[in-house]
Design a protein around this ligand. Structure first.
Ligand SMILES: *[C@@H]1O[C@H](CO)[C@@H](O)[C@H](O)[C@H]1NC(C)=O
Ligand SMILES: *[C@@H]1O[C@H](CO)[C@@H](O)[C@H](O)[C@H]1NC(C)=O
Ligand SMILES: *[C@@H]1O[C@H](CO)[C@@H](O)[C@H](O)[C@H]1NC(C)=O
Ligand SMILES: *[C@@H]1O[C@H](CO)[C@@H](O)[C@H](O)[C@H]1NC(C)=O
Ligand SMILES: *[C@@H]1O[C@H](CO)[C@@H](O)[C@H](O)[C@H]1NC(C)=O
Ligand SMILES: *[C@@H]1O[C@H](CO)[C@@H](O)[C@H](O)[C@H]1NC(C)=O
Ligand SMILES: CC(=O)N[C@H]1CO[C@H](CO)[C@@H](O)[C@@H]1O
Length: 364
C-alpha cells in the first residue's frame, strides 16, 4: 500500500520537471529544458537527469526506509492498539463487574444508612430526653440554689443578729469585767486601807502596851527601890530626924474655910512638911505623933481638925472668950506618902502672937 504510494509520487516527479519539492538543487536545475545544442544538450540533460534521478532515488530510498520504519511503528502501534482494545474490553468488563458490586454495595450502604438513621433518630430522641432531663435537673438545681440562697441569707441574717447579740454581750462582759476590775481594785484599796488602819491601830496598841509595860516596869522598879529603902529603913530601925514644927505668921479674924497654913517653919527634919500649902507628907512608913493648937481670936469661937488623907482624926475647940486655946494631939500609923494637915471645921478666925497657933509632928 505504502509502496504503491511512493511509486505514484515518483512518476509525478519525472513528468513534471518544474517540481522542486525534493531538493533546492533539483528545483534550481529546472533550466534543464533550456536546450541550446541538441546533442551536447541531450547528453548534459541526460547526465543531469541521471544525477537527478540518482539523487531522487537516494532520497526515495531514504524516504522509503523512513516510511517503512514508520509503517513498522504504525503496525506496532496498531498492534499495541489492538492489545489495548482487548485490554480495554477486559477492563470494561471488570468495570461493569465493579459497578455491579458498587450497586450492591450502595444498596447495602443504603440499608445500613437507614439503620444508622434509625439509630441516629433513637439517639436523637435519647438526646432530647437527656436534654429534657438535664433541663429538669438544672431547673431543680436552680430551685435548690434559690432555696439555699434564701436559707443562706436567712441564716446569714440570723448569724448577723447572733453576732450583734454576741458583740453586745461582749460589750456587757467588758463593762462587767471593768466594773469587777474596778471593784476588785477598790476592794483591794479598801482592804489595804483597813489592813493599814488595823496595822496602825495594832502598832499604836502595841506602842501603848509597850509604853504601859514600860510605865509598869518603871513603877515596879521604883516600888522595888522603895521596898529596898523601906527594908533598909527597917534594918537600920527608924529613919532618924523626921519631924517638924511650924507656926502661923499672923492672926486672921475672918478665916472660915480650907486648910490652915502654918507658913513659918520652926523645924522641918526630913522635909515632910510643905509651908506653902500646910500639908505634911510622910517620907516613910511609921507611927507619927501630931499636935496642933488653934488659939481663938478675941471673943470668937473656932473649931479645927487634924485630917489624914482628907479624913478627920481629932478636933480642937476654942470658945468666944478672950483668946481661948484650942489644942489637941493624935498618934497615927501611916504609910509613906500619906498626907496630914489642919482643916477648918466651924467658927471664925484665929489668933497668934509669937508662934501661939502652931502645928507639929514627928515619927516615933
Ligand atoms: C428520622 O427522622 C426524620 C425526621 O424526623 C424522618 O424524616 C425520618 O424518616 C426518620 N428516619 C427513620 C428511619 O425513622
Ligand atoms: C436510648 O436510651 C435507652 C434507655 O435510656 C437505651 O436502652 C437505648 O439503648 C438508647 N438508645 C441509643 C441509640 O442510645
Ligand atoms: C431550706 O430550709 C428549709 C426549711 O428550713 C429546708 O426544708 C430546706 O431543706 C432548706 N434547703 C436547703 C437547700 O438547705
Ligand atoms: C498609818 O500611819 C501612817 C504613818 O503614821 C500614815 O501615813 C498612814 O496614813 C496611816 N494609815 C491609815 C489608814 O490611817
Ligand atoms: C520608859 O519610861 C522612862 C521613864 O518614864 C523613859 O525615860 C523611857 O524612855 C521609856 N522607854 C520607852 C521605851 O518608852
Ligand atoms: C484670912 O482668912 C480669910 C478667910 O479664910 C482669907 O480670905 C484671908 O486672906 C486671910 N488673911 C490673911 C492675911 O491670911
Ligand atoms: C539557489 C540558486 O542557485 N538559485 C539559482 C537557480 O537558477 C536561477 C536561474 O538559472 C538562478 O537565478 C538562481 O540564483
Amino acid at each position: 500500500m505504502l509502496e504503491t504510494l511512493v511509486f505514484t509520487l515518483l512518476c509525478c516527479l519525472i513528468q513534471t520537471h518544474g517540481y522542486s519539492e525534493l531538493t533546492d538543487e533539483i528545483k534550481n536545475s529546472s533550466s534543464l529544458l533550456d536546450i541550446s545544442d541538441p546533442d551536447s544538450k541531450n547528453t548534459a540533460v541526460f547526465r543531469q537527469l541521471l544525477n537527478q534521478e540518482t539523487i531522487i532515488r537516494m532520497s526515495l530510498v531514504k524516504n522509503v526506509h523512513t516510511l517503512s520504519k514508520d509503517m513498522l511503528d504504525l503496525k506496532k502501534s496498531m498492534e499495541t492498539l489492538e492489545t489495548s482494545q482487548q485490554k480495554t474490553d477486559v477492563e470494561v468488563a471488570a468495570l461493569k463487574k465493579e459497578v455491579e458490586e458498587l450497586k450492591r454495595e450502595n444498596q447495602r450502604l443504603a440499608l445500613e444508612n437507614k439503620l444508622y438513621e434509625e439509630t441516629f433518630n433513637a439517639t436523637m430522641e435519647n438526646f432530647t430526653k437527656v436534654d429534657e432531663y438535664i433541663r429538669q435537673v438544672v431547673e431543680h438545681l436552680e430551685e435548690k440554689r434559690e432555696d439555699f440562697e434564701t436559707n443562706t441569707s436567712a441564716v446569714l441574717t440570723d448569724l448577723k443578729i447572733e453576732v450583734r447579740y454576741l458583740s453586745v454581750t461582749l460589750l456587757d462582759l467588758n463593762k462587767h469585767y471593768l466594773e469587777i476590775d474596778k471593784r476588785i481594785s477598790d476592794n483591794i484599796q479598801e482592804k489595804y486601807e483597813q489592813l493599814s488602819l488595823t496595822l496602825n491601830t495594832s502598832v499604836e496598841d502595841l506602842t501603848n502596851d509597850i509604853m504601859a509595860a514600860n510605865n509598869t516596869m518603871v513603877k515596879s522598879v521604883s516600888d522595888l527601890k522603895d521596898s529596898q529603902s523601906s527594908i533598909e529603913n527597917s534594918i537600920t530601925s527608924k529613919p532618924k530626924n523626921v519631924g517638924f514644927s511650924a507656926s502661923v505668921t499672923s492672926p486672921n479674924s475672918s478665916w472660915n474655910r480650907g486648910t490652915l497654913v502654918f507658913s513659918t517653919v520652926i523645924t522641918n527634919e526630913g522635909n515632910g512638911y510643905n509651908p506653902s500649902n500646910g500639908i505634911f507628907t510622910a517620907p516613910v512608913d511609921g507611927t507619927y505623933v501630931f499636935f496642933v493648937n488653934v488659939q481663938s481670936y478675941y471673943r470668937k469661937t473656932i473649931y479645927a481638925a487634924i485630917v489624914l488623907n482628907g479624913a478627920t482624926k481629932v478636933k480642937t475647940m476654942a470658945h468666944n472668950n478672950y483668946n481661948d486655946a484650942g489644942p489637941n494631939m493624935v498618934v497615927l500609923n501611916i504609910k509613906k506618902g500619906d498626907a496630914v494637915w489642919v482643916r477648918y471645921s466651924s467658927g471664925q478666925g484665929y489668933y497668934s502672937s509669937g508662934s501661939i497657933t502652931t502645928f507639929s509632928g514627928f515619927l516615933i
